[in-house]
Design a protein around this ligand. Structure first.
Ligand code: ADP
Length: 456
């Protein structure tokens, strides 16, 4: 198996080698063609120059002699081509030997590959209307290249190869850099998920990336780790809390009953009532846990009907009025008498919601303070609010209050509770497609707002 870094680097490098090879090939072909075109043009011009020189010579001398135009031989020799002057009967006046060129130093300096089969072309030398003679121009390659031409060609090829190599080196460096940029965060996330799978939730992916998808991946795995960590804490707490919740009433019952059996405590009505309260509390806990189990198994059946939230809240208000007054708390009800606040829901379960919220409010509000229950319309929603100015919830507890068996700072209050009330509230409201929001400040109070859909 290959690493992503290696794979990306190889891919980049192969692609760039192909691109460079193709570029080099095309540039080379184009330069070669253009260069050949240019050289053929130069050659044609040379032919024209030789012919017109010989025409001028004939015009000047009126006939061909052995010296007519011989000065051309030197240049021809130096430039590796062969000249032969013929009269109008194609009789040789003077001529060069092609073998002389072969042995010539300039010819050897020429690109040897260019030197092939000897070819010659015969051109007419016209003076006026009549043909004065012929000149035969021969050479060993289709296009004659001088040493400078060959050097020019070689240096162009060299620069193309050099630029190709430099480009390749740059691409290798860039590809190594980019592949590292891609691979490092992925590797980090992979390591982190390994840690998570082994139960090490305290890890965090820290290698940031400027690639949107990778950054999103990093952030989401960090969120996942945070959630798993919280779940883990809650799970551990759940086990210890459940055993604690069950052990405490059991111990009280056991100790008291043993004391009564041993005759240490007399069996009085008062003591039996106290023990009964513990049994009731124990029973409530088991009922709540059972209810929670039903929610979690989604086996709970709701009985939906049109209900008036106003009636429901008024009933609960009356039930709690005395309990609040006994604690010295002012329980206020704020509703519009002409509205019924109809919604669709399960009456018993919604009662449970408000009972839990109001009993919490009473539990966590001190004497002399107040609790306000209100209902109002807002666009297509009915908003029910239970607001107190009690002890409030610590900021760090807020995100967890709806979790199973989560109880805020226990040392602050000795009130009984088992941290299930709000979990049940949340589960019931979810089935009603209603949202619940909590705003709380320690020492200032708490407000729970529920957003129900209006009955249509
Ligand atoms: P409990 O049985 O402990 O009341 P809940 O699930 O009903 O369990 O509540 C969870 C925690 O939320 C409580 O332990 C408490 O810390 C906090 N809480 C709930 N309602 C209030 C409130 N009105 N004021 C202050 N704290 C609250």
């Amino acid at each position: 198996m290959q690493t992503i870094r290696r794979k990306i680097s190889i891919f980049f490098i192969l692609c760039s080698i192909c691109a460079i090879l193709l570029c080099t090939l095309f540039v080379n072909l184009t330069i070669n063609n253009k260069f050949n075109e240019y050289m053929i043009n130069t050659q044609n011009k040379r032919y024209e120059r030789i012919i017109s020189f010989l025409q001028e010579t004939y015009k000047r001398e009126g006939k061909w002699t052995e010296n007519s135009g011989v000065e051309l031989i030197h240049e021809a020799y130096m430039s590796n081509y062969c000249l032969t002057l013929l009269d109008n009967n194609k009789k040789v006046i003077w001529g060069m030997d092609p073998n002389d060129i072969r042995n010539n130093l300039h010819f050897k300096n020429m690109n040897v590959k260019e030197a092939g089969i000897y070819n010659s072309k015969t051109f007419e030398i016209k003076v006026g209307d009549k043909i004065a003679g012929y000149v035969d121009i021969g050479q060993y390659s289709s296009v004659l290249l001088t040493e400078d031409d060959v050097n020019f060609k070689i240096s162009v090829i060299k620069s193309i190869i050099a630029s190709g190599l430099v480009t390749l080196a740059i691409i290798i460096i860039i590809s190594l850099y980019i592949s590292k940029q891609l691979a490092a965060p992925i590797k980090d996330v992979a390591n982190m998920s390994m840690n998570l799978s082994e139960g090490r939730f305290d890890t965090k992916s820290t290698i940031k990336s400027d690639i949107k998808e990778l950054e999103n991946l990093r952030k989401s795995i960090n969120v996942l780790a945070e959630k798993l960590k919280n779940q883990d804490i809650i799970r551990r707490r759940l086990v210890s809390d459940i055993s604690h919740e069950i052990r405490t009433p059991l111990n009280i019952l056991q100790n008291n009953i043993e004391a009564m059996i041993d005759g240490v405590f007399p069996v009085t009505n008062e003591r039996l009532n106290y023990l009964n309260e513990e049994v009731v509390r124990f029973g409530k806990l088991l009922n709540n846990l059972n209810l929670l189990k039903e929610f979690e198994e989604e086996s709970i059946k709701l009985n939906f009907e049109k209900i008036s939230l106003k009636d429901l809240i008024e009933d609960i208000y009356n039930d709690f009025y005395m309990a609040a007054e006994n604690k010295g708390i002012d329980l206020i009800l704020k509703l519009d008498n002409y509205s019924e606040y109809y919604i669709t829901g399960d009456k018993d379960k919604l009662k449970q919601v408000f009972i839990n919220l109001i009993s919490n409010a009473i539990k966590f509000t001190e004497k002399g303070k107040n609790i306000c229950i209100s209902l109002k319309y807002e666009r297509d929603k009915v908003i029910a609010e239970v607001k107190d100015n009690g002890i409030g919830i610590k900021e760090e507890d807020l995100p967890f209050i709806f979790e199973r068996l989560y109880r805020g700072d226990k040392s602050r209050h000795e009130t009984q509770g088992n941290g299930i009330g709000l979990t049940i509230v949340k589960n019931i409201l979810q089935l009603h497609l209603a949202n619940i929001e909590v705003v709380s400040k320690e020492g200032k109070g708490t407000s729970f707002k529920i957003y129900f859909n209006i009955y249509k």
